[in-house]
Design a protein around this ligand. Structure first.
Ligand SMILES: *[C@@H]1O[C@H](CO)[C@@H](O)[C@H](O)[C@H]1NC(C)=O
Ligand SMILES: *[C@@H]1O[C@H](CO)[C@@H](O)[C@H](O)[C@H]1NC(C)=O
Ligand SMILES: *[C@@H]1O[C@H](CO)[C@@H](O)[C@H](O)[C@H]1NC(C)=O
Ligand SMILES: *[C@@H]1O[C@H](CO)[C@@H](O)[C@H](O)[C@H]1NC(C)=O
Ligand SMILES: *[C@@H]1O[C@H](CO)[C@@H](O)[C@H](O)[C@H]1NC(C)=O
Ligand SMILES: *[C@@H]1O[C@H](CO)[C@@H](O)[C@H](O)[C@H]1NC(C)=O
Ligand SMILES: *[C@@H]1O[C@H](CO)[C@@H](O)[C@H](O)[C@H]1NC(C)=O
Ligand SMILES: *[C@@H]1O[C@H](CO)[C@@H](O)[C@H](O)[C@H]1NC(C)=O
Length: 719
């Protein structure tokens, strides 16, 4: 009765200290259908559908045993994507992460799957199913690098990737702390309970942290072989004090193996070894030794100079029986085949004893995508209505998301975002400015609103497509000085204000149409300059005319005088001067109704010339192309090679459009865009020209083109 009440007290104490732990357990029954509590462990399992929207729940054929969580599994598509479970963690807290896999019997023509398991960006394990009824267990001990972790499945080489359960168990305080935890996870390679009473593993609630302590009775090929003669299994029902670093469960420490003939020896294969490992041995004296009896032993294999000389005297090391002594090796290099043995020292009366051991491989943490890029990638992912992109874990590793391109440098950085026409809504995240490695941004054809965020830090940005959205606000002036920017497409948005001048005249390919309230600051200036140029031109001409007419009048007067003087001499032929005079006046009249050369956009010209496909002339001045405007008017389009300064160009345009030099073909329009200066002339058919010039068609065309070539020089001459 007293022992029962003692047991109850211990049990209640145990439950209360453990209850907060279990509440934090995450236990996902992958492919499961409903919540349930496992009767043997008291662990509450939930189906994984809240964590995973992809793949298919599949019933497992002939599952081994009747654990509910192994009646079903979740199969994932056989593709290049990765499928990730995101589990919430507390940054820098240590956890045990466990994934288990039981495939069950193969259906017709199925092959056993082989695929990759990842924790965040770190390649954890290649899951390779060889035995339908075996539950493959993978455990990793981590110190959470952030507020969540991703457990991902991907990259099947055969069969369909799947998972049976996924569990997250918080650990207490400094359990499993290592000197290397900033850079390494601990991949659990073996956790063995020696002298176990049955093949059943020990886990929660015996282990409050729900580690799985595997029974040493489970034998697999090349696993726990070569037991030395005289090895015996012992047990005790007395309590064992296990309150040291790793808190192994009392139940595990209550059993052990003893080498009654002086030796304990085992051999086991360790997956993914050779590797550097953390190794833990758990010893507790659970036999009552006589006063003159001792138990002293040494590690005799593998040969490790530092450890082979150390004598283990459990009771002394632990300062008493039924107390845990836990020597551990912070960093040992172990082979794929681990053979180990303990041998009694000469002065010891009892053979070696072993209660439990753990071997964890150091697994270097692969860097995740730069956190600054991660923020934007995740924000954009959530802004897209195409939910196909949820739960893909890290954007870059091991395989990049469908819509990002990444650099290979550690840590990976996103270099390209390709979200054209993917139903992205909302405002472009302002954190975009932190993605310094970004070279291409494609967000066109979505429903983005609000302003273009600050992107002045994106010095590598080459190509920006944000056209066909509902973005508003003004265009910042630094855009034109982004050092790498080559292409900027913003058409069909609601941008307002003035276009920074550098965008239009720089090297940047800039498309901005269909932004009704966006106006061209430069065009205004240009118009102003044009008007100024024209006014000056007109003024010059008028003054020329005025002076001319003054001169003429003086001439006339003089001539009239002379005529008056010589009138008596008879018939006048002075009317000859009149036509030339009339002509100049006519030209003056003509000036008033003649259309000023108008501004033609580059896209109109591209259309008219079918992308400058029909070249009809070329020289040092540039090239001349044939084109047909929308109204049917045929034009000769001259792209000027010499990029004279803008002011000069405008002046030239002004003059050319006003003055009909004898050798000039009429100028219709001009274009100054994207660092291109283009003049558009009336196209002259040979026939038309023939009226003016000679008979030889080729010759005439050359002449005509030659005139286009010298047009500006003539204009300059006129100036
Ligand atoms: C965690 O550690 C604290 C401090 O040693 C202890 O009081 C608590 O009982 C531990 N929790 C569990 C579940 O062992
Ligand atoms: C299943 O368990 C989860 C987590 O405890 C809970 O949020 C959910 O409401 C439960 N569902 C049902 C149907 O009981
Ligand atoms: C404990 O050891 C005794 C022999 O010493 C054995 O009879 C008993 O079955 C063992 N109990 C367990 C749970 O292994
Ligand atoms: C372990 O020791 C080896 C050899 O001294 C060293 O290279 C390595 O960085 C250490 N740590 C880990 C986690 O492997
Ligand atoms: C231990 O002491 C007892 C008497 O106290 C004696 O009978 C026994 O032989 C001794 N055993 C050894 C190994 O010396
Ligand atoms: C060992 O235990 C004894 C009593 O059992 C105690 O007096 C002594 O201080 C302990 N030594 C150490 C190092 O803990
Ligand atoms: C302009 O953008 C909207 C999306 O904001 C799109 O629906 C529409 O088709 C676009 N118009 C043109 C002419 O591309
Ligand atoms: C841009 O549009 C949003 C709504 O989409 C509006 O709240 C905001 O005031 C607009 N900003 C400007 C500068 O027009």
């Amino acid at each position: 009765m007293s022992s029962l009440s003692h047991f109850l007290v211990v049990f209640l104490f145990f439950i209360s200290s453990v209850v907060c732990q279990v509440e934090e357990f995450i236990s996902l029954d992958c492919g499961g259908t409903s919540n349930y509590t496992d009767r043997s462990t008291g662990i509450a399992w939930i189906p994984d559908r809240k964590y995973m929207n992809y793949g298919q729940p599949v019933g497992v054929i002939n599952p081994n045993g009747n654990l509910v969580q192994y009646q079903r599994r979740r199969d994932f598509p056989i593709d290049k994507k990765k499928y990730c479970y995101t589990l919430a963690t507390q940054e820098r807290r240590r956890y045990l992460v466990r994934a288990t896999f039981q495939y069950g019997n193969l259906k017709n023509e199925e092959t056993y799957p082989q695929f990759q398991l990842y924790l965040d960006a770190t390649a954890w394990f290649t899951v390779s199913i060889l035995d339908a009824s075996r539950i493959y267990v993978k455990e990793m001990i981590i110190r959470a690098p952030s507020d969540s972790i991703d457990v991902c499945i991907c990259c099947a080489t055969t069969g369909s990737p799947f998972i049976s359960t996924l569990e997250l168990r918080p650990l207490n305080l400094s359990m499993y702390a290592t000197d290397y935890e900033d850079n390494f996870f601990l991949d659990v390679a073996a956790r063995l309970n020696f002298g176990a009473p049955s093949e059943d593993s020990i886990r929660y609630p015996d282990d409050p942290y729900d580690r799985i302590w595997q029974s040493d009775l489970i034998k697999r090929p090349n696993y726990l072989v070569g037991v030395a003669p005289g090895t015996e299994r012992i047990n005790t029902s007395k309590n064992v004090n296990t309150k040291t670093r790793e808190y192994p469960p009392v139940k595990v420490m209550q059993t052990a193996v003893v080498g009654t003939k002086g030796v304990l020896s085992y051999r086991l294969n360790l997956d993914n070894f050779p590797a550097n490992a953390r190794a833990y041995a758990y010893f507790a004296e659970i036999e009552d030794l006589g006063a003159n009896e001792t138990r002293k032993f040494k590690l005799s294999q593998p040969i490790m100079p530092d450890y082979n000389n150390a004598v283990v005297n459990i009771a002394e090391n632990a300062n008493g029986s039924y107390t845990l002594y836990e020597p551990s090796y912070m960093n040992v290099t172990l082979e794929f085949v681990l053979s180990f043995s303990f041998a009694r020292t000469r002065d010891s009366t009892r053979g070696p004893l072993l209660n439990a051991m753990e071997i964890c491989r150091y697994l270097r943490i692969a860097p995740k995508t730069d956190g600054r890029d991660l923020i934007v990638a995740n924000a954009l992912r959530l802004m897209s209505a195409e939910s196909i992109w949820t739960n893909e874990g890290d954007p870059c590793v091991p395989t990049p998301w469908e819509w990002v391109t990444c650099s290979l440098t550690p840590p990976p950085r996103i270099t390209k975002i390709l979200l054209s026409r993917k139903s992205v809504t909302g405002e472009i995240p302002s954190e975009l400015n932190n993605m310094e490695a970004l070279t291409e941004l494609w967000l066109d054809g979505n429903s983005l609103v609000g302003p273009l965020p600050d992107i002045s830090n994106l010095i590598n940005l080459k190509i920006v497509h944000i056209e066909n959205n509902r973005l508003n606000g003004s265009l910042p002036s630094y855009l034109s000085s982004l050092p790498s920017l080559q292409e900027l497409y913003i058409q069909n948005n609601s941008f307002t204000g003035e276009i920074p001048s550098g965008l239009i005249n720089g090297k940047i390919i800039f498309h901005y149409g269909d932004n009704p309230q966006l106006h061209k600051e430069v065009q205004d200036k240009k118009h102003f300059k044009l008007i100024l140029g024209i006014s000056i031109g007109v003024l010059v001409i008028l003054s020329v005319l005025f002076v001319g007419s003054l001169l003429l009048m003086r001439n006339r007067l003089r001539k009239a005088f002379q005529q008056q003087k010589s009138d008596s001499k008879g018939g006048s032929k002075r009317s000859n001067t009149k036509p030339s005079n009339a002509h100049s006046i006519n030209r003056g009249d003509h000036l008033k109704d003649e259309r000023i050369a108008y501004y033609i956009t580059l896209s109109e010209l591209e259309e008219a010339t079918q992308n400058f496909s029909k070249k009809i002339g070329k020289g040092s001045f540039g090239s001349v192309y044939y084109g047909k405007m929308k109204d049917g008017k045929e034009v000769a389009v001259k792209i000027m090679a010499d990029l004279s300064s803008q002011g000069q160009f405008v002046t030239e345009v002004a003059l050319l459009s006003r003055i009909h030099h004898r050798n000039l073909v009429p100028l219709i329009g001009y274009c100054e865009e994207e660092h291109q200066r283009i003049l558009v002339y009336e196209y002259m058919h040979n026939g038309t020209l023939r009226d003016h010039i000679h008979e030889n068609a080729n010759q005439t065309q050359l002449d005509w083109l030659a005139r286009l070539c010298i047009a500006e020089d003539s204009a300059k001459d006129i100036c």
